[in-house]
Every structure is written in structure tokens, then in C-alpha cells.
Design a protein around this ligand. Structure first.
Ligand SMILES: CC(C)(COP(=O)(O)OP(=O)(O)OC[C@H]1O[C@@H](n2cnc3c(N)ncnc32)[C@H](O)[C@@H]1OP(=O)(O)O)[C@@H](O)C(=O)NCCC(=O)NCCS
Length: 185
């Protein structure tokens, strides 16, 4: 019996070469189904992108940024992650992720969230990661739970999506729990 190899991603710092992919991904109705994506023109998007570029990986809590999810084998770009530093002082980070619909169901989001957790907890002062997902988004919920995030509760009427306030599930992953689960038994 052969076992399918796990999907492996690399997370790339955002660069001008990713702009065309981001324009396409953000415009898809599937990407917008469960999250609010601002309708930015090309010029505005480029300005936004430039404000979200990390200089390098050594100061991951410097400011909010975006990372591109690429297939580690083929190098193909498959989606993006957002990293919002809610408190640099306290090491609090909120994450978001989107995989282009062409690549859904192949483990990319799970691999990307796992890799980001590893990066943030091993290479930055992050102590706590948080993520929210719409109650109508079971795929996102599953990704967070596969990556060890714990459900904290529900944020009622949290974000406005397509004109309606939507309840969101609120998840956390603590560095101490992440390290304990990664420790050899
Ligand atoms: C949510 C999203 C990131 C998942 O990306 P992905 O690369 O397909 O995710 P993965 O393949 O790593 O894992 C998806 C898991 O959800 C499960 N899943 C998918 N659709 C599901 C559904 N309708 N009900 C229950 N589980 C579902 C898959 O079976 C898989 O779990 P498994 O490995 O146990 O079988 C992707 O659908 C997406 O980008 N959606 C649009 C943007 C978005 O919603 N982002 C999240 C905002 S919080």
C-alpha cells in the first residue's frame, strides 16, 4: 500500500512578483464567501501590499504583514496568509489564510497554518496566536482544529459579510501548549 505524501508549503515574504496572483485570488467569489475582502483597485492594492511586506523573517512582530503560500515542491503560489500583530508588547498575533479555490482540499491551508505556527513560536516573541472563522465555514474550522487551535467561544455578530453581521468562532493557540504537544514523548 502506498501512502500519499503530506502537502508541504513554504511561506514566502510578499513581493511585487505576487501582485498578479493576489489580484486574481482576492477577486474570486469563493475567497469572499466567508470573509470581508475590500474591493481595492490595482493602485490601492499595490500600496496596501507594500505596507504588508516584512523586511525579513527575523522580526516577525514588527508590523502587520502578508505571506504567500507556495507549494514547496513545485514552487506554485496557492494562496496567502495575513498576520496581524495585535500587541507587540504581549506577543499577540491574529492570523488569516486563503487558498485559491483551484487548490482546495489538498492540505495547503493546514500545512500553511502549521508552518506559520512553527515560525512564529520558534523565530519570534509570539506567545499567543488567535484566529476567527465564520460559523458557516466548516473547512476553516477544521483547518484550525487540525493545527491544534482551541475553541474559546463565539463572537456574536462579529464581522459584516455581504451586508449581514455574522457570528464567528474564536480560536487560540498558546506557545506553551504548542511546545508541549511538539515535545517528544
Ligand atoms: C478554508 C480554506 C482556507 C481551506 O483551505 P484548504 O487548503 O482547502 O484546507 P485543507 O485542505 O488544509 O483542509 C480542509 C479541511 O476541511 C475539510 N472540509 C472542507 N469542506 C468541508 C465542509 N463543507 N464541511 C466539513 N469539513 C470540510 C476538508 O475535508 C479538510 O479536512 P480533512 O483533512 O480532515 O479531510 C479554503 O477553503 C479557503 O481559502 N476558503 C476561502 C477563504 C476562507 O474562508 N478563509 C478562511 C477565513 S477564516
Amino acid at each position: 500500500m502506498t501512502t500519499a505524501a503530506a502537502t508541504v508549503v513554504k511561506l514566502e515574504p510578499l513581493a511585487d512578483t505576487h501582485i498578479d496572483s493576489l489580484v486574481i485570488w482576492r477577486s474570486r467569489k469563493e475567497a469572499q464567501l466567508h470573509q470581508p475582502i475590500a474591493d481595492l483597485g490595482r493602485e490601492q492594492l499595490e500600496r496596501f501590499i507594500h505596507s504588508r511586506m516584512p523586511g525579513n523573517f527575523s522580526d516577525l512582530l514588527d508590523h502587520d504583514y502578508i505571506l504567500i503560500i507556495a507549494d514547496a515542491m513545485s514552487g506554485e503560489y496557492v494562496g496567502w496568509m495575513t498576520i496581524e500583530v495585535t500587541s507587540r508588547l504581549h506577543g499577540l498575533v491574529r492570523i488569516g489564510y486563503t487558498v485559491d479555490k483551484l487548490y482546495w482540499g489538498r492540505g495547503y491551508a493546514t500545512s500553511a497554518v502549521s508552518e506559520l505556527s512553527r515560525l512564529l513560536f520558534s523565530e519570534s516573541a509570539t506567545a499567543r496566536m488567535e484566529a476567527d472563522c465564520s460559523v458557516h465555514n466548516p473547512a476553516s474550522k477544521r483547518v484550525l482544529e487540525k493545527c491544534g487551535f482551541r475553541l474559546i467561544g463565539i463572537k456574536k455578530d462579529y464581522l459584516i459579510i455581504h451586508g449581514e453581521r455574522v457570528d464567528h468562532l474564536y480560536y487560540e493557540l498558546l506557545k506553551k501548549d504548542y511546545l508541549a504537544s511538539a515535545a517528544p514523548r
